[in-house]
Write a protein that binds this ligand. Structure first.
Ligand code: ZN
Length: 197
C-alpha cells in the first residue's frame, strides 16, 4: 500500500467524498509520510479509528492517527523481539526514526526531491540505534528509508540546519504575533486618499 492508497482508503472510510477533502487528505498523507508513518500502519489506524473512536472533526484526524500508530508500535515492541528499551535513545526518542531536513540533490525512493534551498521540509530517516536497525529490513519496499548514517554523509550539517530552522520558525512566529497585535491595537492602515481628506 502506498500513501496515496491510504489517502483514498481513509477518505472512503470516513465518508469524505468532496474534492476539497480528497486534496486535504492527500496533504495529510504527504505530511505523515515525511513524519515516518508507513501507509500500512496508517491504514490499520484508520480502520481502528472508524470503528472505535471516529474523530468528529477533520482537524483531529492526523493527531489521532499518529497516537494510534505510536501506541501500536509500542505494543508490537513489547510482544515482538524488538531490541532495546525504546525510551533510551535521545536521537529518535524511542521511535526509531529521526526527523531531518531535506538537502540539495536528495531524491527519496518514492521520487520526491528534497530541495535544500531552505531546509524547511523535514523527512524521516532510520535512527542508528538498535530500534532503527531493527526497523530497517521491516519496511515496505515502497517506503524504504535512508539510514541516518547514509543521510549524514550527504548532509553533514543537518544539526545546525535544524537549529537554524527552529530559530527562524520561532522568529517568524514572534514577528507574526507582534504584527497582528499592532494591527489589533491600531486598526487598518489608512490609504493615501484617506490621509489627505
Ligand atoms: Zn534511536
Amino acid at each position: 500500500m502506498t500513501h496515496a492508497d491510504w489517502a483514498r482508503h481513509h477518505t472512503r472510510l470516513f465518508g469524505m467524498f468532496s474534492d476539497a477533502e480528497a486534496d486535504m487528505v492527500a496533504h495529510w498523507a504527504a505530511l505523515l509520510a515525511n513524519e515516518g508513518f508507513a501507509a500500512d500502519e496508517l491504514a490499520a489506524a484508520s480502520e481502528w479509528l472508524v470503528v472505535h473512536d471516529p474523530p468528529k472533526w477533520r482537524d483531529k484526524h492526523c493527531d489521532r492517527l499518529k497516537e494510534r500508530v505510536l501506541s501500536q508500535r509500542v505494543l508490537s515492541r513489547s510482544v515482538g523481539p524488538r531490541p532495546d528499551d525504546p525510551g533510551t535513545c535521545c536521537l529518535c526518542g524511542g521511535s526509531g526514526m529521526v526527523s531531518v531536513p531535506g538537502c540539495a540533490g536528495l531524491v527519496t525512493r518514492s521520487g520526491a526531491t528534497l530541495d535544500g534551498a531552505e531546509p524547511w521540509s523535514l523527512f524521516a530517516v532510520l535512527c542508528r540505534c538498535a530500534l532503527g536497525r531493527w526497523l530497517r529490513p521491516r519496511q515496505g519496499d515502497e517506503n524504504r528509508r535512508l539510514t541516518l548514517d547514509d543521510y549524514e554523509k550527504l548532509n553533514p550539517d543537518w544539526r545546525q540546519q535544524l537549529e537554524r530552522r527552529g530559530r527562524l520558525l520561532r522568529q517568524r512566529g514572534e514577528v507574526g504575533d507582534l504584527t497582528r497585535s499592532v494591527d489589533a491595537v491600531l486598526g487598518a492602515l489608512k490609504t493615501k486618499r484617506e490621509v489627505k481628506s
